[in-house]
Write a protein that binds this ligand. Sequence first.
Ligand SMILES: Cc1cc2nc3c(=O)[nH]c(=O)nc-3n(C[C@H](O)[C@H](O)[C@H](O)COP(=O)(O)OP(=O)(O)OC[C@H]3O[C@@H](n4cnc5c(N)ncnc54)[C@H](O)[C@@H]3O)c2cc1C
Length: 494
Amino acid sequence: MTHDFDLVVVGYGAAGVAAAITAARRGARVALVDKQPEDAHFSSTRMSGGLFMGATDIDQATVYLDACSGGMIPVEVSRAWAERAVEVQAWARDIGIESMHAAGGWYPKLPGFESIEVYAPMPRGVDPASVDYTLPAPGELAFKGPVPFGNGQTLHDQLVEAVDAEPNVHPFFGHRAERLLQADDRIVGVRCETAEGTVTFRAGKGVVLSCGGFEQNQEMILNHLKAYPIYFYGAPSNTGDGIRMAQAVGADLWHMNQMIGRAVGHFTHPDGRDISFNISVNPPGYAIVDKYGRRFANEYLQAVSKPNFYYELLHYDADLLEHPRIPAYWIFDSRRLNARPLSGGSFGHYAWSKDNRAEIEMGWIKEADSVEEAARLAGCLDPECAAATVAAYNAACAAGEDEFGRPMSSLVPIDEPPYYCVPVYPGGATTNGGPRRDAKARILNPFGEPIRGLYGAGELGGAIGVLYPSPGANLGEAFAFGAMAAETALEDAI
Ligand SMILES: Cc1cc2nc3c(=O)[nH]c(=O)nc-3n(C[C@H](O)[C@H](O)[C@H](O)COP(=O)(O)OP(=O)(O)OC[C@H]3O[C@@H](n4cnc5c(N)ncnc54)[C@H](O)[C@@H]3O)c2cc1C
């Protein structure tokens, strides 16, 4: 083999760093390989909001995570996560990441909700205790302006610092892992492709797969998710490689049909790139209509970033033989356009303009003097109906009552021209499915037996089922299972 290490960690995101540092601190020599070049390393971790989920009580958090999983995650796996979640803030501090309490869980109706806390990373030199901040309402997340804490870039920078401080961790950028190497029923290494050719790593104590989901692999999206097309704004490099490598050595897969969903924007840049975006419909007024111009759901769920609005977009019409809400159309007026950018952009890939004008000029946002014309330009099949729908919505705003139960505060009319319309699709940050894991982060075969020497962490088969438990659940999970994977690998090797 080209290189000889104790542990090989595939994927330099939050999960991979948690695994690498945990193993290194226990004396292991670790290779941390990533397919992206160092100077253009945009993992989902770096592109993210940087929030990470913790908890205050193991039993309550287990009950809550179990309820969110919809039966897809064995309760002992949720419990293993909860045990780490109560310590995640201290764990992060120990590797140099200070954080502050920034939010709670998503679903106040579910038992154990109160035990969930969400932390945000602090920029260096900002004392969390000095920050004046009001927590968002339970189950909501809609930051109105600049927040006092850091984001995914902050987290990424601090994770890189933490890696650099560990002499036992050796990063290898530009190394695309292609295959796991197996001998005597044990995973003993990884084969990577680089610009200079094939490189092999011996992994004396095992391999941790932490190379993300399949959000940028259209073939896998078509075959595994619940509708098509579905677009993701996560890292372009997350193409399901780890899932295929694990399958090739006999891994079982779990909840491949699950994702963390929202309505997202998806556009083609004049340079030919297709780019997807997280969109912020706030502030109101807003209405989202189907292909035929009809409203169909409580859009407030999207406005407060709830990751279950996308379920409403998946509806299939068995008579029309189509998904009438793919795409759906977001309609708003100059009040919303002028308030702030429609999207935070795609970090490292596209900076959204402050006044939304560049996106209007590229045709991503359609502008017109009437709702009907804006909807027609955007591709709505019945723009006349869309205009009637907005008129009915405006009347509902005046009456203070909405047929879909939107809160009063969100019932702002759409009546200040020009009018705007943007197609939106089911999509989100990440997929959830991947190789099945046990409560010690060991990857299992279809008979429930661990594949010796193989561990999984992060969104590559994350322990998240039907409902995304809270803002920050992905990164909280990545830290928890990354550390767990490294500990188990070293224990199993004894
Ligand atoms: C805009 C946005 C906002 C988000 N906000 C939040 C948030 O605030 N809180 C939260 O919890 N989650 C958030 N998420 C989701 C979260 O960022 C991810 O789920 C999480 O970062 C996943 O971490 P990871 O370590 O599993 O994967 P990643 O951080 O994506 O790292 C995977 C790495 O694996 C590498 N890789 C892929 N294939 C290979 C291969 N074959 N060989 C070698 N390397 C490979 C990739 O290059 C990448 O660097 C957000 C995501 C996005 C896109």
